[in-house]
Design a protein around this ligand. Structure first.
Ligand code: NDP
Ligand code: 2IT
Length: 456
């Protein structure tokens, strides 16, 4: 099957096309992985043409193939004494610039293709942070919804009983993602420590008393808003007074909301996988936190505290609401062509991805064609993994970093990512196209490190 459509943009490089065909052929039934590779290849094509050394060294053949993929059985016993079996994954994608680094996703939709797309994105995101971290991702089709605390603990322990042998502070360092927060990381770290007899930085996103870094919980959401703030200012716009929509109501969404409000914007809608809540007076974040962080309930419960708010039973319809800035912070492919057209029609002028690949390729095309300020996730949501890398430094030096230091670092990293992506977009003749700029800036560092290390 040939996938010529849409790739590459100027159809010059047969090398790029060849690699894409191999990816599709070799990774059947993994549409999310194909999608992320396609976007990446289309962006870096001009770099490949300008620098024959990458083709000569077979960089693309190697970069699209994970260094290692681990798939394993996760047996555990539920509260009724019934045996359950889930599937665990860890894709160790690329270690050219540091130990594999990336989160673990616990969600019923998880499969190998999803973990591969996330791991692939992570390579370039991690490179953009300027820290020494390679790319990886993992997770399970375990659904934490409705599970008791003890069930979650037993699952996490079983997951690590297999995974512990593959990870470590200098090898592979997992963290959180959808369905995985400090509670789950702490359980996994506890089991890892027991099996390895080593208190080390093999996990990030731990709670502070377990060696976690301050601000990790907030880092992805805050980082996204620092990035948006920078991008808006460069274009003579501001968050002050802006009407903002945020999808999701989990870790990234909550702290993006908090920072938007601190900088003078107003978030009028948030969602979960069932529906969205619209509150024209501005979302009351304390209520969202109570529902989501502490009680693990549904977002429609917001109406109990704020009966004037509107609840709509379809999470994807959130993009029909009029806004200045849209921040997709839930999951992949939540903004399609139609949603993008709605946003543009309603006057939205900036889109910032808190989630990984939340906009599909047609949506991105609409944003770029309409000169919407568009921040791609691998640049704009890199604050989380960047602070994870600081946690790794904190753990290996056995020190404790304070809030001001971490926040200052996070701001400066996000600003650097914005500048790098902007500069590369300009250098390659498409000023303002941060998808292009971020992919190119992320790629060059990894590719050069791979060349320097020989054929491995
Ligand atoms: P959480 O589990 O804390 O929250 C996820 C939110 O998204 C929930 O509101 C959830 O709703 C919603 N959601 C999940 N799946 C779907 C779906 N299929 N359809 C609609 N809504 C859905 O995860 P995070 O906030 O940590 O992650 C959100 C996104 O950000 C993901 O794409 C993740 O990969 C990305 N990301 C996370 C980072 C981090 O540090 N945590 C770092 C960088 C990116 P419900 O409760 O109903 O499931
Ligand atoms: O997608 C991501 O960057 C994350 N889930 C965070 C990864 C990490 O290692 O902190």
């Amino acid at each position: 099957m040939k996938y010529k459509k849409n790739i590459p943009k100027n159809k010059k490089s047969s090398y790029v096309q060849k690699i894409f065909n191999i990816v599709v052929e070799r990774n059947k039934g993994e549409p999310e992985f194909h999608q992320s590779v396609k976007e990446f290849l289309a962006s870096i094509e001009p770099v490949i043409e300008k620098n024959p050394k990458y083709e000569k060294a077979g960089i693309l053949e190697r970069i699209v193939e994970p260094e290692r993929q681990i798939i394993f059985r996760v047996p555990w016993v539920d509260d009724k004494g019934i045996l359950r079996v889930n599937r665990g994954f860890r894709v160790e994608f690329n270690s050219a610039i540091g130990p594999y680094k990336g989160g673990l996703r616990f969600h019923k939709s998880v499969n190998l293709g999803i973990i591969k797309f996330l791991g692939f994105e992570q390579i370039f995101k991690n490179s953009l942070t300027g820290q020494c971290i390679g790319g990886g991702k993992g997770g399970s089709d375990f659904d934490p919804k409705g599970k008791s605390d003890m069930e979650v603990m037993r699952f996490c322990q079983s997951f690590i009983t297999e995974l512990f042998r593959y990870i470590g502070p200098c090898t592979d360092v997992p963290a959180g993602d959808i369905g995985t927060g400090a509670r789950e990381i702490n359980y996994m770290f506890g089991q890892y420590k027991r099996l390895k007899n080593s208190f080390d930085g093999a996990f990030t996103g731990k709670s502070i008393e377990c060696g976690g870094i301050i601000l990790r919980k907030e880092a992805t959401g805050y980082g996204l808003i620092y990035f948006m703030d920078e991008m808006l200012k460069k274009n003579n716009k501001s968050l002050k007074g802006a009407r903002v929509i945020i999808s999701g109501s989990g870790n990234v969404a909550i702290y993006a909301n908090k920072k938007v409000s601190e900088l003078g914007g107003k978030v009028v809608a948030m969602s979960d996988s069932n529906g969205y809540i619209y509150d024209p007076e501005g979302i009351d974040l304390n209520v969202i936190k109570e529902i989501k962080e502490f009680c693990k309930k549904r977002i429609h419960d917001y109406k109990r505290k704020h009966p004037h708010a509107e609840y709509v039973d379809n999470s994807l319809d959130i993009w029909k609401i009029k806004c200045d800035i849209a921040l997709p912070c839930a999951t992949q492919n939540e903004i399609d062509e139609e949603a993008a057209k709605n946003l543009v029609k309603n006057g939205c002028y900036a889109v910032g991805e808190g989630a990984n690949m939340p906009c599909n390729s047609k949506a991105i095309k609409i944003f770029l064609e309409n000169k919407i300020l568009y921040a791609p996730g691998k640049a704009s949501n890199a604050g989380g993994v960047a602070v994870s890398a600081l946690e790794m430094s904190q753990n290996s030096s056995r020190t404790h970093w304070d809030y001001e230091k971490v926040d200052r670092k996070l701001k400066s990293i996000m600003s650097c990512i914005f500048k790098k992506s902007t500069m590369k977009a300009k250098e390659y003749g498409d000023e303002g196209n941060l998808v292009l700029g971020a992919n190119i800036a992320g790629f060059i560092k990894v590719a050069d490190a791979m060349i320097a290390q020989g054929i491995v």
